[in-house]
Design a protein around this ligand. Structure first.
Ligand SMILES: Nc1ncnc2c1ncn2[C@@H]1O[C@H](COP(=O)(O)OP(=O)(O)OC[C@H]2O[C@@H]([n+]3cccc(C(=O)O)c3)[C@H](O)[C@@H]2O)[C@@H](O)[C@H]1O
Ligand SMILES: Nc1ncnc2c1ncn2[C@@H]1O[C@H](COP(=O)(O)OP(=O)(O)OP(=O)(O)O)[C@@H](O)[C@H]1O
Ligand SMILES: NC(=O)CC[C@H](N)C(=O)O
Length: 557
């Protein structure tokens, strides 16, 4: 009779630092696996601590606490299936990223991560010691090899495990989303399957942590790369997988195959789930934002309504003498369509008071940016007063194009705790509004239908800080601006390359300059959902003081 093996996968959402809570969640998954007759219940990389821990994991007291909770968990799940869970390990004075196999009340095996990721958002060489390649471990009839996340991005660990008689590869991950990431993972894992001839199970974490979204979408591949299971993206799931021993080795029986979202849906959902988790994990149930009648605050309001429900989102219109009737109507319409409360707090009175106090100093000077920005800062003052009073976190609304060139007022419209669209270029904001108007999904807590009127999407963007102001007075049209930004930021292209692509030299140089001189603003800006491999935080770490400029298109040699 051939052997069979049931594996329960916990594609679950831990909270960083909530060690006991995460252990309890692991225990509930284990109980569910036990009831379903599993031999092994597995959780993702660093599930016990949450991920990414960054420097917190280097605190000796933190790693020791994680070990204490792990030992307690081992005792709690003594009687039943083995439990696999990612956690740190301190051994011989060194810190490892490890995967523990708990069985019979104790830690039965410990796999050490060998390849430490050290690019984009990862800094694991700073945090951990690279372990030697750990051998396979046996659970019941099955010898399992476990490359931990980055270990499976290279051939060597899987190859060594296959040579050490592993019969399947089980890969626990803490793999954060960026656009197109799932295809990258799938291609790499298919390569490991082809190279080793072993089936592979890829288990990813789910949930938001600061700017990163772990998007789940775990999957299983049989030999030759055939898909045996696909779990949904961005949802917590406990799934059971059955494996059968055949003459050709172990085979994963066909299991659920959930559809995955396209690029627009994935980005939108990341913005929604990141905000939802950021609020929940930091103890907020409500938000507020300044709703101007423009497109950026409209999409942020929609994301917030979808994340925590319209009844928990306060929209505030703060009109000045430059606010058009159209903006008042558009803000009203967006709030009404979403089902959110809208309050109106005119800033004309406070602005007159500030103007009067400054008059002895400003008299005789031309009116300009200083006067304009007072309006933006007064909005920040009033919104933060409401935030303090009612415990609503203030959302800030700058899109990636504005954040890139510093087109925002520091301590003004930049005030706020989280920015859902920080990594979304303005041209994508337009498309995302259209997409949301046409789409509704069960995970969206906001209503369906045309939430953002065409007029909001189509009018020329304006900060309305002076009469007849338009963004295009200061910046190139967003189509051109975003193409240049995508070159300079996302591709690290040189000025010469962009000019060779047909962009005007003076425009590219101006944008390059704006990016460099606004680094100080980004350093002081709120975090926001990461959608690309060049989001503004850990992906891109530039000096604040920087006098270098790219002369590749202007020098003679
Ligand atoms: N390197 C550096 N390190 C640290 N601080 C630095 C600095 N350089 C300037 N600063 C400081 O920053 C100040 C200049 O920055 P800031 O005060 O933001 O002013 P600024 O960047 O000059 O003006 C804000 C711009 O954002 C536009 N905008 C677009 C969209 C919306 C809104 C809105 O407000 O709703 C505004 C607005 O039209 C204007 O063009 C300087 O006065 C100085 O205090
Ligand atoms: N009249 C206003 N009432 C409420 N909030 C405002 C108002 N004007 C600006 N804000 C806030 O400041 C942010 C920056 O606004 P602004 O309109 O100046 O530029 P924007 O980038 O075009 O944004 P939007 O498309 O939302 O208008 C807005 O998204 C909004 O949160
Ligand atoms: N946690 C990890 O090792 C993740 C690294 C891997 N390159 C990923 O992003 O999926």
């Amino acid at each position: 009779m051939s052997d069979t093996f049931r594996l329960t996968l916990g594609q679950l959402n831990p909270t960083l630092g909530a060690l006991s809570e995460n252990a309890q969640k692991a225990l509930r998954a284990w109980q569910e696996g036990k009831l379903a007759g599993a031999q092994f219940v597995a959780l993702p990389e660093m599930f016990l601590t949450g991920y990414q821990t960054q420097d917190l994991v280097m605190r000796p007291a933190f790693a020791a606490d994680a070990e204490r909770v792990l030992q307690g968990l081992a005792r709690d799940c003594a009687d039943g299936p083995a439990l696999g869970i990612g956690c740190p390990l301190v051994q011989g004075g060194k810190l490892y990223n490890s995967y523990a196999i708990l069985e019979g009340g104790a830690v039965k095996a410990r796999v050490l991560k060998h390849h430490l990721p050290n690019s984009d958002v990862f800094d694991e060489e700073r945090l951990f010691t690279a372990g030697p390649v750990s051998g396979p471990y046996r659970i019941g009839p099955l010898r399992i090899g476990t490359p931990i996340c980055e270990d499976a991005w290279y051939p060597d660990v899987a190859e060594t495990l296959a040579e050490s008689a592993a019969e399947i590869l089980f890969v626990p991950n803490g793999s954060p989303y960026h656009r197109g990431k799932h295809d990258t993972r799938l291609n790499l894992m298919v390569a490991r399957v082809i190279e080793t001839g072993l089936p592979l199970i890829y288990l990813n974490m789910v949930g938001g942590q600061d700017d990163q979204m772990f998007d789940g979408a775990s999957f299983a591949l049989n030999t030759h790369g055939a898909l045996a299971m696909q779990l949904p993206a961005m949802e917590e799931v406990i799934a059971h997988l059955d494996l059968t021993q055949t003459a050709e080795g172990w085979r994963i029986e066909d299991a659920r195959k959930d559809p995955l979202p396209d690029e627009w849906e994935a980005d939108y959902r990341v913005m929604v789930e990141s905000l939802r988790d950021y609020l929940r994990k930091s103890g907020f149930g409500k938000v507020l934002l300044g709703l101007s009648g423009g497109i950026d605050s409209a999409i942020v309001a929609a994301i917030a309504a979808d994340a925590i429900g319209p009844q928990n989102v306060r929209c505030v219109m703060l009109p000045s003498e430059y606010t058009s009737q159209e903006s008042l109507e558009d803000a009203e319409a967006v709030a009404r369509n979403l089902g959110c409360r809208i309050d109106t707090l005119p800033i004309t009175g406070p602005r007159a008071a500030v103007t009067e106090v400054l008059a002895p100093f400003f008299n005789g000077t031309p009116s300009g940016i200083a006067e304009e920005n007072v309006q933006s800062r007064l909005r920040g003052v009033l919104l933060m007063a409401l935030s303090n009073k009612f415990g609503e976190m203030l959302l800030t609304t700058g899109n990636k194009s504005e954040v890139a060139v510093g087109y925002a007022t520091i301590y003004g419209d930049m005030a706020g705790g989280y920015n859902p669209i920080k990594d979304l270029y303005k041209t994508r904001v337009f498309e995302t509004c259209r997409w949301r108007n046409e789409t509704h999904r069960p995970w969206m807590l906001g209503p369906e239908g045309e939430l953002i009127p065409d007029r909001v999407i189509e009018k020329p963007p304006s900060a309305e800080l002076r009469a007849d102001q338009k963004d295009e007075d200061s910046l190139p049209p967003y189509g051109v601006l975003d193409a240049i930004l995508e070159g300079l930021i996302d591709r690290e292209a040189s000025v010469a390359e962009l000019v060779a692509d047909g962009f005007d030299l003076d425009t590219v140089k101006k944008i390059e300059h704006l990016i460099f001189i606004s680094e100080y603003k980004r350093f002081q800006s709120a975090p926001g959902a990461r959608l690309t491999k060049r989001a503004f935080w850990l992906d891109r770490r530039y000096p604040i003081v920087n006098r270098w400029r790219d002369t590749s298109a202007t020098r003679n040699h």
